[in-house]
Design a protein around this ligand. Structure first.
Ligand SMILES: *Cc1c(COP(=O)(O)O)cnc(C)c1O
Length: 356
């Protein structure tokens, strides 16, 4: 039996005694859906991948991934990137020039969690607005910050949305409205769709239905889809060609990257439908927590995230759960393909035993 030793992040004790799944001893990790490990079948697909030098455009597996993602998103072209941070930045720098501005959420990944890359490396000014409770930027607030043509102002060039936003799915009506507003004002439209497949699965729509409202979409393969790394940026041919140049400058020109693109292709073929299981497990966990007075909830989303209320003593809970072999990172709990039904029941049992 393969044994992986994990250590509890809080008490530093070995956690190997605590959880046994499929012959491997592991922690149950609710911190993020980035923690998924490539499955044996995915590793096999990676080992079998045909490769070439992708900077010369000669990696057949990367090309296949790019053409597949372009086709399913209904776009002309796609480019494989190291990370979603990189593909978002490539999109910002391709849509905007120095002195341009993009409208974005205050807590959007493309504003708050990417090191200020748009401003630092692109000389692009962010114009952050608060997300409402549905994860939307209010249309009238967007309209109010679009700058008139006046030499005092930066040139408003791009609207950047996020879907899912903190696990929330943007409605088709909202997307259509935001898209119409942007076009009416001559703005380009970028979607940070790191988890856009979660949105499509939750809404039971094709991914292209969501992507039709945007000029570019960045899609992460290494979140719930379970690949070890990589994202794809899709858009029209000219924009993706520009983005490819930025990718090279940003250090993202890879060589035999078909090895990892193969993991992405495998994920697209095998893992998309299974996102529904993560959503169902999130709902099941949320329902169980609702019955526990000690663990009030702030929100259970329609996808793979739930949020505990601010009233929960998170330090005590983190210590308690880590002793049961469960890792959390604050109040956001994220379900993913390495958390199965048995793990959900273990989490529920550990939560029941928590005394605030
Ligand atoms: C994780 C994430 C990113 C960045 O992904 P990396 O691959 O870690 O760079 C971008 N946007 C959103 C919404 C994310 O959740």
């Amino acid at each position: 039996m393969r044994r992986t030793v994990f250590y509890c992040l809080v008490c530093q004790e070995s956690a190997t005694r605590r959880n046994k799944r499929e012959g491997i001893w592991v922690m149950i990790d609710l911190r993020s859906d980035t923690v998924t490990k490539p499955s044996p079948a995915m590793r096999e697909a990676m080992a079998r991948a045909e490769v070439g030098d992708d900077v010369y455009g000669e990696d057949p597996t990367v090309r296949e991934l790019e053409s597949r993602v372009a086709a399913i998103t209904g776009k002309q072209a796609a480019v494989f990137t190291c990370s979603a941070t990189q593909s978002n930045l490539m999109a910002l720098m391709s849509h905007c020039q120095r002195g341009h501005e993009y409208i974005v959420g205050q807590v959007a990944h493309t504003y708050l969690y990417e090191g200020g890359g748009g401003a630092v490396l692109g000389s692009i000014q962010p114009c952050p607005l608060p997300f409402n409770a549905r994860g939307e930027l209010e249309l009238d607030e967007i309209e109010a910050v679009i700058k008139p043509d006046d030499q005092h102002f930066a040139i408003t060039r791009l609207l950047c949305l996020e879907n899912t936003q903190a696990g929330k799915v943007l409605s088709a009506d909202y997307l259509a409205g935001a898209s119409e507003l942007a076009q009416r004002h001559g703005l380009r439209r970028h979607l940070d769709g790191a988890r856009v497949f979660n949105a499509a699965v939750a809404q039971e729509v094709e991914i292209a239905e969501i992507c039709q409202h945007f000029d570019t979409v960045s899609i992460c393969l290494s979140k719930g889809l379970g690949a070890p790394m990589g994202s794809v940026l899709v858009g029209d041919t000219a924009l993706i060609a520009a983005a490819r140049r930025w990718r090279k400058m940003l250090g993202g020109g890879l060589r035999q990257s078909g090895i990892v693109a193969a993991a992405g292709l495998h994920a697209l073929e095998q893992h998309v439908d299974e996102l529904a299981l993560d959503h169902a497990r999130c709902a099941r966990l949320g329902q169980a927590l609702r019955g526990m007075a000690t663990l009030p909830l702030a929100e259970v989303t329609a996808t793979n995230m739930l949020f505990l209320s601010e009233m929960v003593n998170i330090e005590d809970l983190t210590t308690h759960l880590s002793r049961a072999g469960i890792l959390i990172s604050g109040r956001r709990w994220v379900l993913h393909r390495d958390i199965d039904d048995a793990a959900i029941e273990d989490i529920i049992a550990a939560c029941r035993a928590f005394r605030a």
